[in-house]
Design a protein around this ligand. Sequence first.
Ligand SMILES: [Zn+2]
Length: 835
Amino acid sequence: MELPGVGPVGVADASGDNDAHITAELSAIFQNLQQVLDIRHKYIRLSLQRDGDNPNDDPSWQIYPAPPEPAWTDPRPDHNTNGQNTGANSMSNSMVLPPQASKSQAADNISREPDLPQEGRKKPPKKRKAGQDIGEDFDMDDLLPLPSTSEFTFRLDENGVYQVFENTAADAANTPVVGVPTIKDFYMDLEKILLVSSDGPSKSFAFRRLQYLEGKFKLYTLLNEYQETADTKKVPHRDFYNVRKVDTHVHHSACMNQKHLLRFIKSKMKKCPDEYVLSRDGKNLTLKEVFQSINLTAYDLSIDTLDMHAHTDSFHRFDKFNLKYNPIGESRLRTIFLKTDNHIQGRYLAEITKEVISDLESSKYQMVEWRISIYGRSLDEWDKLATWVVDNKLFSHNVRWLIQIPRLYDVYRASGLMGSFEQVVRNIFQPLFEVTKEPESHPKLHIFLQRVIGFDSVDDESKIERRLFKKFPVPKEWDSQQNPPYSYWIYYLFSNMTSLNFWRRQRGFNTFLLRPHCGEAGDVEHLAVALLCSHSISHGLLLRKVPLLQYIFYLEQIGIAMSPLSNNALFLAYERNPFIQYFRRGLNVSLSTDDPLQFAFTREPLMEEYAVAAQIWKLSPVDMCELAKNSVKQSGYEYSIKQTWLGENFHLPGAEGNKILKTNIPDRREEYRYQTWVEEHRMISRYASNNELHQSTEHQSSFGMNVNPSSLENTAAGTVDSEFKDPASSLSNVEAGRSAPPSQQVDMSSSQVSGAGQGTVPGSPPPSAQRESSYPTDGLASMRLSSHEPRYIPGMMTRASRQTSLRRDSAPESDDVASPRSNLRKNGGAEEPAT
Ligand SMILES: [Zn+2]
C-alpha cells in the first residue's frame, strides 16, 4: 500500500490498478467539471477579479489615511504584550458597558488605553489614536491634485453595457478595449453550468466526494485534535481574541445594535429637540414635533417600543423583515436616523457611524465591510453618497465599503420614475465611468471609491421570477412592469463592472469585485449565476441542495460569508444550517453578522456570531481561528494589510503560507486542507485531461496544462500581465480575444503561455502574477503525479466497478506536464511565476 507523504490524507485511498474500471460515464463527469471550471475562470479572469488583479494588491499601494503602526516591533516582541491585548482592548471593552455611554464617553473609555500613546509617536501630527477623533487624520487636500483625464472614451452600447475605447477612432470602429461576454454568451454559459449541475451522475459523484471530504475531516480531527491544541499552546501571545476577524457581510444601516441606536435617539431628543430634521409637505418638522406626531416621549422609548428585533415574527417573511428597519415601525424615523440622504444630509447616521467605528477601532481586531446602498434611481446618488462619506470623514482602518444595489426596478417603474431598465444601468454606472475618465469631475467620488471594494446585489431572493420571454430583451427594451430576474441583474452588474475594472486597472485605480447575496432563498439558479461571475457570495444556504455546485465552490475556494443567526431568524433554523458541513468539507466559509441591529443582542455582534456557532457546533479554538483567517482572506482589504495580519506569505498555500504567530492556526491544519484540496484537483484534471488528450492532439499542450489546476489561472495571469506591461500589445491582445469565441479564448491564453515556455520565463513577472491565487497550486508539482498515485477514488466505487475500458497510459503524461512546474518551484520561492 502506497500512501502519499502527508499524514492522514491517504486514509480513504486504497491502492490498486483500477484505471481500467473507469468508465466513459466517469470521464464525462470529469469533463463536465472541467468545463464548468473553465467557464468560471474565463469570466473571473476577464473581469479582473482574481487575487493579484487589483492594483491595490501591490504591496507598495499607498493607503490613505495610513493604517496604524504595529503596536510592537520584532526586536522585543514581548514588550507590552500583556497590556496591549488583555488590558484595555477588546476583552475589557466588551465588559465595560457604560450605563449611558454617549459618543464622548465612549471616546473617553478608549483614551484610557495605556499603551496607545506610545504608538504613532514618530509619525507626523496627522496621526490619531485608535478609537478617537474618527476621521481627523483625513484631509482631502492631502490627496490633491487628482489624476488627470484619460484619453480613453466610453459609451453605453445597444445592449446596455458600457464599453471603453482606446480613442475616438476605436470608438468609431466599435472595437472596445475589453471583450465583455454578451448577454447571449452569458445565458449560454449559464445554461451549460445548469445542465452539468443537474446531470444525475455528476450530481451523485459530487455528493459522494463531499461526503468523503466531511468524513475525512472528522477523521483528521480525531487523529490530530490533541496535537493541534498543543501546537497552539506553544504560540506566545496569540489566541482567538487577538487574531484579526473581518465581518465580511454587514449592512451599514443596521451595523449598530439596538441598544446603541436607542441610546442615540434618546440623546438626540434630549440634546437637540428643536433641530429641523424632516421636511413634509413643504413644512419643516423638528425632532420634537416628529415625536409628538407619533405620540412618544424619550421616556417611553425602550427596546420593546423600538421593535427592530427580528427573532420570532419574520421567519420566511422577508417583507416583514424589511419593515424592521423602521424604528417603532415609523418610516420617518428611519429616514431621520438611518438614511444618508435626508433633510439633515445624513448627519445623524454619520454620527452614529463614527460611534460604531470608535468601538471597532478600540476592539482593534474586528474589521467590517459595510454594505451601503446605491439604488440606481438618479444620476446624483453616487455624488451624494461620496459627499456624505468624505465630508463626514468616515474613514477608518477598520472599515471598507461595498456598494449594495437593491433589485427594485419594478418599484421605480411602477412609480413612473423610469421607462426602462436601461435607466438603472445608466444611473449606477455612468458616474463611475465619468470619474474613472476624469477624477476631477467627481473629486469626492474618486476618493470615496478608493475605499470601495465591490458590488453587492440585494433583495428578497425568494420572490418568484417569471420567465416572460424566451429571450430576454436588452435593457433599453425592458420596459415592462416586471422586475428582471436575478441572473439579469447580475449580468448587468458583471458586464459593466468588467469594462470599468479594465479601465481602472489601466489607470492604476483600484478595481472592484462582485460579491452578491446569493443562495439565501429562492431558485438554485442564482448559485450558478454567482459561480459564473462573482468573486464570492453571501449566504449560500442553498448550496446544500446542489451538491455539484457545492463541490465546485469547494474546488474553486469561492468565499461564502455565512450568517447562521440571520438565517435562523429569516429562512433556516440554526440547527439545520449547513455552515458546519461546509466548514468540515473545506469550503471557504467565514462568519458574518448581516444585520446586528435586527439580530444581535450584544455590543460585539461578530463575537456573538462566533460564540453561538462555537457553542452549538462545538468549534475548537483552531476552528475559530481558521474561520477568522478565512474572513481576512475573503475580504477586500489591501494586500499589504493582509500581510500584516496574516504574515508575509499568506498567499501561499498550506504550511508555507501560514504564520502561526499571527493566525494561531497549526501548520498541520493548513497542510491538511491544502493537500486534500490538491488531491481533488489532481484527480479531476488528470482524468479530464486524459480524455481530452486522446480526443484531440491539437489541443494537447493546453489541456495538458490543465493537469495543474493552477495552470489555467497561471496562464491567464501570464497573459494579462504581459498585456499590461505594454498597453499597445495589451489592447491588440484583448482585441484578439474578443473576436474569438469564448471557448477559444481560454485555449488561446493557455497555449500562449505554454508557448512562451513554462519553466523559462525570462525575468520575473510582476508581483501580481506571483500572488495569483490565494490557494495556489505549486504544491501540486511537489506531489508525486506518478503511476503510484492512489487509484481508488471515493465516490466512484459503484460506477468504477463496471468493466468498460479506458486507456491507462495517462500517468506519464501527467508527470511530464507537471515536471516543468517542479523545476520552477526549485527556482526558489519568491521568483516563482504565478502561484
Ligand atoms: Zn445581508
